[in-house]
Write a protein that binds this ligand. Sequence first.
Ligand SMILES: Cc1ncc(COP(=O)(O)O)c(C=O)c1O
Length: 419
Amino acid sequence: MEKLAIHGGTPVRSKPWVSKYMGSEELGVEEKARVLRVLKKKRIFRYLPSGLETSEASALEEEYKSFLGTNYALAVNSGTSALICALVAAGVGPGHEVIIPAYTWVATAAAAAVLGAVPILAEVDSSLTLDPADLEAKITSRTKAVVVVHMRGISAAMDEIMAVANKHDLMVIEDAAQANGGTYGGRRLGSIGHLGCFSLQQSKVIAAGEGGMVVTDSEEMWQRAVLYHDGAGYQFRFVERKIPAFPGQNYRLTELQAALSLGQLEKMPAILARTRENKRKLVERLKEQQKIELSPVFGTERDLGVSLIFYVENEEKARLTAQALTAEGIPAFQVYDSQANDQHIYVNWEFLMAKRDAWGGSFPWSLLEGDGVEYSKDSCPKTLGLLGRAVQIHLNHLVSDADLQDVEAAINKVAFHLL
Ligand SMILES: Cc1ncc(COP(=O)(O)O)c(C=O)c1O
């Protein structure tokens, strides 16, 4: 076997690796035409007297409803605001506990905390998603909801999670920010729990720069989300009021972002067909490599194929493997690197570790004083152990068979020398 590139050998690949983006790589004439149409109409705010039906944001909501098969959808200005609205819609508030996975974007934790609910960390398993057994172990009399995150395009074990949630009467919110367009047992992600949330930020499957969506089958929950996303929601939206008024924010989506999203949504099936197929092929190629470990769900229906993550024996080997692969021309990183400040890992959610609010106090944890909710680096040792020995490579729909061959060659080369 050739010398490793980090030791002065020739790299497997000299061509740059593909971009880490997906839908935004495909922005083109279709989105341009849609955005220009909005500019020509001079209507960049969704609620104007010309009516809801002619609004791009309303059209986007209709598309999500028919794609997911849910009764209701609400376009919002980010995935974070989608989570906040969904939590409000689910009735989550001060004094409640919300169970979240220890591996997710910080927004999942912050969304609960800004509403006065205490985020409770639960372990993920080798699928990178919530471990249903640990979810059950973390339930207390204060638990109101669980936010299930379909992380890195991998769907969580929804059958097991719904069974636990039903048994304990919990609300289930699916955070599908990283898994737009995914399915589980033939059902669309976001449509399985009580509410589903999506993000349209640049690095997501489809993108509008910023943007988000909340979906649900419950009219009451939808009305609560609408009212929280827009303090004037009643004036603009409702035919028949189902809930008493409460103060809301402004998380409305602009017509420009909605138009962009509609263009992107048309492209999503083709993008995901490619990422899924690529991942299946890659998992097949790596099956024989005994020195790395893959979760059994990788490369299956539960995997959108937007990244490759594999496990090696220990943290040190993961760090070296990532460095060596990068030197071979395949950019890779250790998923939990204790030197990095990656906001996907619970130990880096500083406000949570310190139980600190925006005003220097300790709300909402102060509400539960004496009830022993504590956080430390050791809160989820299984998650940290797994992520410390995990190596990640970004994949997208632009990855070709030749690129897959390079990944396989680089992994085999690094495995031969280092693992
Ligand atoms: C799992 C997860 N949840 C929530 C969010 C928040 O989405 P946004 O950045 O659109 O607010 C993101 C992405 O940033 C995410 O990856």
